[in-house]
Design a protein around this ligand. Sequence first.
Ligand code: SF4
Ligand code: F3S
Length: 110
Amino acid sequence: PYVVAQPCINCKHTDCVEVCPVDCFYEGPNFLVINPDECIDCNACVPVCPVEAIYADDELPEEWTHYAEWNTYLANQWQALGYNITEKKPELPQAEEWASPPQSETKNEE
Ligand code: SF4
Ligand code: F3S
C-alpha cells in the first residue's frame, strides 16, 4: 500500500483525496493517512501531492519508514471516528512555512 509521510504534516493540501478511487484517506488534525487495507496501489495520489508526501511502502525514504506503521495505526483510529475525507479543502494556513525542504537545505542554517 501507499503511505503518507512527513511532508504532509501541517500542510494537508488534500489534492490526494480527490483522485483516490477507493476513498481511503483519513484526516487528523494536522495530516492525512492512507488505510493500507483499502489502498489498491493505483499510484494516482502520488503525482498530485504538491509536497511529494506519498510513497509506496517499499519506497519510503529511510528516515520515514515508521510512517507505514503510523498510517496503519492512525487510519484505524480515525476511521473509527468517521474522519474519512474525499473532497479537497483549503490547505492549512501554515502549509508554506512547513513545506519540508530537503535536509541538505536546512542543515547549515544558523
Ligand atoms: Fe488511493 Fe491509489 Fe493513493 Fe492508494 S495509491 S491511496 S488507492 S489513490
Ligand atoms: Fe497531504 Fe499531499 Fe494529500 S500534503 S493531504 S498528502 S496532497
